[in-house]
Design a protein around this ligand. Structure first.
Ligand code: GLN
Length: 198
């Protein structure tokens, strides 16, 4: 079967977190993929996913091992980057109560925003760029986007809180698209990568 995404090489930042789940989703979409466990691998990608996990750990190790400058260079070159949950936290230019990490997206983020008793839940979301069918958002100790500056557009909200945004080549979601069978979010990101690659 002809596959549009076959020639793309998409990296999943492999430092910590839901790495293999994102790889599975990329496989199902028919895209080329690589788990990025060496910073130099970042130089040769058509796009990058920064997975959920623990943002403090991913942030610290990515700084220590030379990933951060290369990720910033990818963003500056217009390569698509998709941050999910902890990945979104890494991308934010402002974090409540702490210094930002990569500081690439014009958003302000509050970590662990849904509180303890609701650490984990699923909710149907309306995401117009993915079509009319509701999208199941899996939220695990999820952050919210408390404000969006010029340049960033809101893609989804949950109970009045912003939970997905896009700013040019950067895409971010509070929830975990790799933990559902619905491939629409990954396909949307791969579409961004394809546009950039042609
Ligand atoms: N609470 C985590 C953090 O602040 C993010 C949780 C997740 O990625 N599922 O890093």
């Amino acid at each position: 079967m002809f596959n549009l995404f076959r020639d793309l090489r998409i990296g999943v930042l492999g430092i910590q977190g839901a790495v293999s789940e994102h790889i599975e989703s990329l496989k199902k979409c028919g895209a080329g993929y690589v788990a990025v466990r060496k910073a130099a691998l970042l130089d040769d990608l058509d796009g990058l996913i920064i997975p959920g996990g623990e943002s403090t750990t991913i942030g610290r190790l990515s700084g220590l091992y030379g990933y951060q400058d290369r990720i910033s260079a990818m963003a500056a070159a217009g390569k698509p980057i998709f941050g999910t949950c902890a990945g979104l936290i890494l991308l934010a230019r402002e974090l409540e109560g702490q210094d930002p990490i990569l500081a690439l997206m014009s958003i302000k983020v509050r970590r662990n925003a849904f509180g303890r008793q609701k650490e984990s839940f699923e909710a149907d979301l309306q995401i117009p760029v993915l079509g009319e069918e509701p999208y199941c958002g899996v939220f695990i100790r999820a952050p919210i986007i408390t404000s969006v500056q010029e340049g960033a557009g809101v893609l989804a909200q949950f109970q009045g809180q912003i939970v997905a945004v896009r700013e040019n080549n950067l895409l971010a979601a509070s929830f975990h698209p790799e933990l559902t069978d619905d491939l629409r979010f990954h396909n949307y990101f791969l579409g961004m990568a394809l546009q950039k690659a042609v």
